[in-house]
Design a protein around this ligand. Sequence first.
Ligand code: PLP
Length: 372
Amino acid sequence: MVDLKSQYEKIKETVNASIQTVLDTNTYINGPEVYAFQKNLETYMGVKHVIPCANGTDALQIAMMGLGLQPGDEVITADFTFAATVEVIALLQLTPVLVDVDLVNMNISIDAIKKAITPKTKAIVPVHLFGRAANLDAIMDIANEHNLFVIEDNAQAIGANFTNRKGEKTKVGTIGHVGSTSFFPSKNLGCYGDGGAIFTNDDALAHTIRGIVNHGMYVRYHHDVVGVNSRLDSIQAAVLNAKLPLLDQYNSARQNAARKYSAAFEGHENIIAPMICDVCDCHVFHQYTLRIVNANRDALMQHLLDHEIPCAIYYPIPLHSQKAYKDSRYKEEDFPVTNQLIQEVISLPMHTELEDDQISFITKTVLDFFNK
Ligand SMILES: Cc1ncc(COP(=O)(O)O)c(C=O)c1O
């Protein structure tokens, strides 16, 4: 699904030199590379504060801790996403409230959020799934009306823009009260291990979070709040400093690959390709995910695997049906879209190094399946 080796070959010298600096100076934890990365990412994202941490799951957890959410507080999030989002809600003994998603953009449904709000609701966690911005205008309106926090899970969409109703373009992850991201190797900005970051424009929240990531310390050996050990290590920061200047180029490469895929599938009666908006730059294609309608998606998957084309079902089981998150509050009829998507979606290879001949082979193999 990804080709990290070819990507590395092209940037090997810069990355190796950046890592070598860490090895030469032995500053493995909280070294100057981490601070430099923090500053570089603040500039790129156009956000006041970036707090690097150990991974994207921690980033979400720490964001929720920083906001002071308390056991029993209800947190609304999408049913159709990776488990990390709901996992940290449950771990903090908050109450996850899973809601359905939208069929077109596969992100959290605005109507479903509205229906799920109760007096106990404290936060909404939109996930910018597969690289596409959720409808933040509508989500921020709901949050403002009901005095809720918005925590953007931006693990899959770093670099994507959201154009608000006034026409202003802002990086997703920086619009809610707090945002999180992941630098897992296959992410749009990936390091060579685990890594993550938290974004906020709120000075007080940033201060609180900087302590939480480091054992609750604001002054060495003074533990003012319960914290965690969640630091981005200097070697990962060195990799990210080398790769961040390439992020826009990487995202464009993904968007170009998506355009070529979608051109090949245009008008096909069984294939619904993801919407590509050339103007707003709201989709950075962490995944290129098709919906297969009135045809056998699983047979297509087997056909692709038989031709040695990697493909995947993101996600095969809705969170409300997962053993860990099942709850009698959930009714199947509340999740018609998620239940439909898990039957229809298939993701094709998507990365920065896709060549035209590879895309042609993949699209031809997909189309051949329907012409058999
Ligand atoms: C939507 C979403 N949220 C959170 C995470 C967690 O990130 P990490 O793997 O860095 O902990 C991921 C990672 O796959 C993700 O896709």
